[in-house]
Ligand binder design. Structure first.
Ligand SMILES: Cc1cc2nc3c(=O)[nH]c(=O)nc-3n(C[C@H](O)[C@H](O)[C@H](O)COP(=O)(O)OP(=O)(O)OC[C@H]3O[C@@H](n4cnc5c(N)ncnc54)[C@H](O)[C@@H]3O)c2cc1C
Length: 808
């Protein structure tokens, strides 16, 4: 074996499809000093025994786009490397046998329209022409995706590795990594059985061993290998007679995917009684091995499959494969720089490496080399999980996810695995009051309140749910009286020190507030994309609190830490140290006045003031701001005080019509103000000017904020698209997200969020359309569950357009 290099810019740990794709993309994009270390031979994890099926469908449109990219890349690496990838592209059919599944497929088709994919419904007769094994009588509809097919997993992995070497990358086989030790300057010593290599950046792409390799760096990754079966049949006469390859077929209710293998069929299934593999850890000596098959585990699934594809039932079974592959907590990969670590990256939990490996490799390489990926990768970002996402959490969520892989996920559905994990002092109290909970970054928070605990039930649906009338009542209480909502789940970041103001001024686009005041401000990336939409509060000249999306707290923490100067600035994520309640509504001032001795009149505590105050005997931080668009206050306190604060608010508000409200009502209230939210309407796919957040860009402030040059250029040329708010003529179904928007028959944009605005009683959709159409009074159409619904742009907020209520 050649002597190993002593230094590399990047060391990729793991030679499965994911590690090899990352290596390829790094080298192709110009980083030649990149090395891949493989414990054994390439493909020695889950990659070698995959079924190799490739498809584009994914609930996250950006991941779907990356899957399409992956599929289209195979030809390129095959040509470049001379290594066959065994590409078969007979197309794919997705079958529905319930009305709800048909609705789901309509949504997928709708998304495909704006992604520019050629996904279309075909008749069941056409479906049968593409796959003669199916019994059309068993189905209600079929969606056809022309790019789907399958590849040879080993061929693909080797093609990536050879193509990477073609561009100058290095691969060392039989080189297990046994230690990863951080170096003082920020790099890593990667210790292997063949010596040590000093790396500027390490990336853990160790697939089945992601947990073990993470542990070498003190990291607990919430991923879990799951056992997975597929079987291969003997030759089937119907296939022999068909004359061409049958389409890859997914039968959701039958819980089976199939593709042609030789003249027979490969059939895989995601059985509900799933089995996590090696929960205690992947054995270090696990090699090119399979697990003992257990046909009984999915015998009931096979019966359904044989009913729906009778020829399969007649065919002999040639081989049964049971192999492990790794799942993340929500079924999507975990990629990117790990928050809280320096130069340590991951690309793990990739459960569909042959659909996603190319996209993962591209995004990681762009992110490393250019500082940010070319599309929003939130759905795959490792920062969407935090310390709550332990091994245990990973196992429970992976099992839930595996078992539900072919079940429908409804937009109003809250899944139970690994919950409750993080709760506040109000959890039991709210539960007794009929709260139905959602989860945000591991923390339970109330979505809405039923009249009693027994009535706190919400059936999963694409349509208006059981929550609808309750949310309407909560919204009315806020608009007409006063409501209280827990805001423990908002993120709170504290930044202080002599250099804090200069640091903040560079990170944020708005002018910093004066002491005792708040301002709203986006964060931009160097390429001018949105990276945050936050509220800055200034407590002293050198001390700031930043409030924002709880879900994005680790992503923002990573951003804040990445830009910290050597000294002079201290950053802390205080989200779990500050809980709190927000009161909002025309009677909220009166309520606050009853709870404190200070003057809280409009002159003394003005809109956008931030004050340390004692409220009901509790030391609090009070911000006069509310996401409801009402007069309102966010009252933050340390967690041990929160129950007392809540009890005092409830008691003092009893004769003011006070009502508890939850996250759903908040989302409805903000819709009537046309306000977007982070992770939906505001995210790195869009710029400040596109989103309307350019109102918070201060080009004339002395500090050169990140992204300024690009934002200035965009200002002079004008944005390409704009976020607008529509009123939709809905018919009992509101938009959720990702519905296509049509103008004069052409798809011109898509919905980023929406729902029913209860106080104004209108169905609202927020979405991006070409800038030239943003001022249009024309009738647009939005496709909701396959129906074209007329929609008009609402140029001013539906409620209190001048903001008099919140400022008053
Ligand atoms: C039965 C089955 C069917 C599947 N079907 C499909 C399918 O149809 N379509 C699809 O897209 N996906 C499918 N998959 C999933 C697919 O196989 C995985 O998504 C993919 O293999 C993940 O690749 P990876 O590179 O992340 O991990 P792995 O393939 O596990 O690779 C990790 C590599 O890291 C190496 N490594 C580990 N520790 C170290 C160390 N300390 N030092 C150096 N090297 C180390 C390992 O030896 C291994 O080669 C299937 C999986 C199974 C099991």
């Amino acid at each position: 074996m050649a002597t190993m290099k002593s230094h590399a810019k990047v060391v990729v740990i793991g030679g499965g499809v994911v590690g090899c794709s990352i290596l390829f993309h790094l080298a192709k994009m110009g980083w030649k000093d990149v090395v891949l270390l493989e414990r054994s031979e390439l493909t020695s994890g889950s990659s070698w025994h995959a079924a190799g099926v490739i498809h584009t469908i994914n609930s996250d449109p950006n991941i779907a786009r990356l899957q399409e990219y992956t599929i289209k890349l195979y030809q390129e690496i095959e040509t470049l490397s001379g290594q066959s990838c065994g590409i078969h592209r007979p197309g794919g059919i997705y079958l529905a046998s319930t009305p709800e599944r048909l609705d789901y497929l309509k949504q997928e088709r709708a998304k495909a329209r704006y992604m520019g994919l050629d996904t279309e419904f075909i008749s069941l007769k056409e479906a049968r022409d593409l796959n003669p094994l199916i019994d059309p009588e068993k189905y209600l509809g079929a969606l056809f995706e022309p790019v789907d097919g399958h590849v040879d997993p080993a061929g693909v992995t080797h093609a990536y590795a050879k193509s990477a070497q073609h561009y100058g990358a290095t691969v060392y086989r039989q080189t297990p990594v046994v230690e990863t030790n951080p170096r003082a300057g920020g790099g890593w010593d990667v210790v292997t059985s063949n010596g040590t290599i000093r790396a500027e950046i390490v990336i853990n792409a160790a697939g089945l061993w992601a947990r073990e390799v993470g542990r070498l760096a003190g990291l607990e990754l919430p991923v879990q290998p799951m056992e997975h079966h597929y079987l291969i049949t003997e030759a089937i006469p119907e296939i022999e007679a068909h004359g061409k390859e049958i389409a890859v077929t997914v039968d959701y209710e039958g819980n089976a995917y199939t593709r042609q293998e030789g003249k027979g069929v490969l059939l895989g299934t995601y059985e509900p009684h799933c089995v996590p593999w090696s929960v205690a850890g992947t054995p270090l000596n696990f090699g090119h091995e399979l697990l003992p098959p257990d046909l009984d585990r999915f015998a009931d699934r096979l019966e359904v499959a044989f009913e729906r594809m009778p020829a399969l039932g007649r065919a002999g079974i040639k081989n049964v494969i049971n192999g492990p592959f790794t799942f993340g907590p929500d079924g999507n990969p975990l990629i990117g720089p790990v928050p809280g670590m320096t130069n340590y990256w991951v690309a793990v939990g990739v459960m569909a490496g042959f659909c996603q490996g190319g996209g993962v490799g591209r995004c990681v390489a762009e992110w490393m080399i250019e500082g940010e990926p070319s599309i929003d990768v939130w759905g795959m970002d490792v920062a969407r999980f935090g310390e709550h996402a332990s091994f245990d959490y990973g196992t429970k969520r992976a099992m839930e996810n595996y078992a539900r892989r072919f079940l429908i996920s409804y937009p109003n559905e809250e899944l139970p695995a690994a919950r409750p994990l993080k709760t506040t002092s109000l959890y039991d109290r709210f539960k007794a009051r009929g709260a139905l909970f959602g989860v945000n970054f591991g923390l339970e928070h109330a979505l809405w309140f039923a009249p009693s605990q027994a009535q706190a039930v919400e059936r999963p649906t694409f349509r208006r749910s059981d929550a609808f009338p309750r949310v309407a009542e909560e919204v009315r209480a806020v608009r007409e009286h006063v409501g209280v909502i827990e805001i423990a789940n908002y993120s709170k970041h504290e930044i202080h020190g002599p250099g804090a103001a200069a640091y903040m001024d560079r990170l944020f686009t708005n002018r910093l507030p004066r002491v005792g005041r708040l301002v709203l401000s986006p964060i931009l990336t160097p390429k001018g994309k949105l990276y945050g939409d936050l509220t800055i509060g200034r407590l002293a000249e050198d001390r700031f609190f930043v409030f924002g999306s709880g879900a994005a707290q680790n992503m923002h923490r990573r951003w804040f830490e990445r830009h910290l100067p050597e000294d002079g600035v201290v950053y802390r994520n205080r989200t779990d140290r500050l809980h709190g309640l927000s009161i909002a509504g025309p009677k909220s001032r009166e309520l606050l006045a009853r709870l404190c001795r200070e003057d809280v009149s409009g002159e003394a505590l003005r809109f956008l003031d931030l004050r340390r105050m004692t409220v009901a005997g509790v030391p609090c931080l009070v911000a006069r701001i509310s996401f409801t668009g009402e007069l309102g206050y966010e009252i933050y306190c340390a967690p041990p005080y929160q129950l007392a604060l809540f009890e005092a608010i409830e008691h003092a508000g009893s004769d003011l019509g006070l009502r508890l409200f939850g996250g759903r009502a908040l989302m409805s209230l903000r819709l009537e103000k046309s306000w977007g939210v982070w992770t939906l309407d505001f995210r790195p796919d869009f710029t400040a000017a596109e989103s309307g957040l350019d109102a918070f860009l201060r080009f004339d402030k002395p500090a050169e904020f990140i992204g300024k040059a690009v934002a200035l250029a965009e200002k002079s040329r004008g944005p390409e698209k704009r976020l607008v708010s529509f009123v939709v003529e809905a018919d009992g179904v509101d938009v959720n997200r990702d519905e296509p928007i049509f103008h004069e028959g052409a798809c011109v944009g898509y919905v980023t969020s929406g729902g029913f605005a209860h106080y104004v009683k209108k169905s609202v959709a927020l979405g991006y359309v070409p800038a030239g159409l943003a001022r249009s009074d024309a009738i647009f159409e939005i496709e909701i569950l396959g129906e074209m619904r007329p929609a008009r742009i609402q140029h001013r907020p539906l409620f209190d357009p001048n903001g008099g209520r919140m400022k008053g």
